[in-house]
Design a protein. Structure first.
Length: 362
């Protein structure tokens, strides 16, 4: 904790106006004062947009749907968090604009640089928005969005990343973020599984109270950030108010998802087919499937023999695949959204799926 504290104290100069592709400043006090992560993040949102150095009248005037969108939360979660925040007097809510309320964090701290009391001087760490909006691929080859707890842990690690490392204990991180050690441990395990952080073996802590050193996969994160910014830009260019454009944008989005998934499966198939034994077995398997179907109608007497050969070919093919290191599972399509299987239309009722990322401007 001593190390964390020392590093926290240096974090003041990173103050700017958070923008679309920017980041949240999360004051440590908010983490400790809130039971739910959603309460903490919504407060951090109001704080980040209303407490800006050199701009005393800045207010957060984002609509609920904007906040929902930026934090990936439901309306009721945002609603509850804003109510909780404005209840205790630290957050001011101005409803005089009938279209949109605005919010401001009121409490102040002393700015170490200028010695002046300022609300923008609360010790905080940063969580970049792209961390909340990027699906990373895990060891299971599936896409995972970061749970908020993992985004907080990663934000903390990135903020206090010095000389290629972060040193901290699970307990220390848990105390700092107001989370349980179990939650933090889970978050760290997930971040490691997604290859976002590494723990060099020789510096691994002996138990939860011991500190471990973590390295961040900067290359992967830079790539994720670039992709996120690119997506925002392309959304910017499309005039989102034209329903026709929205439709095209939607179709493109799902086409891209499906294309990426096809390419993934195809690359596995290419690897398999490059193996001559697999190639021969797979071809024979497909022939046999046709022959079995034909025999069922025209020559039932040959069925047992053909079925036995097909069974044997399937066994050999599976064995050969295992040798190559590709499973049958790898060849099945995987979907980001199980409801519509990335087609944009729900399998159950054919309606438009709600998994299309929401528009930026509301
Ligand atoms: Zn969907």
């Amino acid at each position: 904790m001593a190390l964390l504290k020392a590093q926290i104290d240096q974090g003041f100069d990173q103050i700017n106006v958070p923008d679309e592709d920017g980041y949240l400043r999360v004051p440590y006090d908010f983490c400790k004062a809130t039971k739910r992560i959603s309460d903490c993040l919504v407060r951090a949102m109001i704080y980040s947009f209303s407490c800006v150095k050199g701009r005393p009248d800045a207010r957060c005037a984002m609509s609920y749907s904007r906040i929902q969108d930026k934090l990936h939360y439901s309306r009721s979660t945002v609603n509850a968090a804003i109510h909780a925040a404005t209840e205790n007097g630290a957050f001011d809510q101005d409803k005089s604009n009938r279209f949109r309320a605005s919010y401001k964090y009121l409490q102040t701290a002393t700015d170490e640089e200028s010695g002046e009391a300022s609300a923008s001087a609360l010790p905080s760490f940063t969580v970049e928005f792209y961390l909340l909006h990027t699906a990373f691929v895990g060891k299971d080859n599936k896409f995972h969005y970061l749970p908020k707890s993992a985004a907080l842990v990663l934000g903390l690690i990135k903020t206090h990343y010095e000389n290629g490392g972060f040193v901290g204990s699970v307990r220390g991180i848990a105390l700092t973020l107001g989370l349980s050690p179990t939650t933090v441990q889970k978050a760290i395990n997930l971040l490691m599984d997604l290859s976002l952080i590494f723990r060099p073996k020789e510096r691994r802590g002996v138990n939860r109270s011991r500190r471990s050193a973590y390295a961040v996969n900067e290359k992967l994160l830079r790539k994720a950030e670039r992709n996120f910014k690119k997506q925002l830009k392309s959304k910017d260019r499309s005039s989102a108010d034209d329903p026709e454009d929205v439709k095209i944008e939607r179709e493109r989005y799902y086409a891209r998802l499906q294309q990426a998934e096809r390419e993934r499966v195809e690359s596995f198939e290419r690897t398999l087919n490059a193996d001559s034994r697999y190639f021969a077995l797979d071809r024979r398997r497909r022939q046999l499937e046709i022959e079995v179907a034909k025999a069922e109608v025209f020559m039932p007497i040959r069925l047992p023999e053909l079925e036995e050969e097909l069974r044997q070919v399937n066994v050999d093919r599976a064995r050969q695949m295992a040798q190559i290191g590709i499973s049958e599972e790898d060849l099945k399509p995987r979907f980001l959204c199980p409801k519509c299987e990335d087609t944009g239309y729900n399998k159950s009722d054919g309606r438009m799926c709600d998994c299309f990322p929401k528009r930026r401007r509301t």
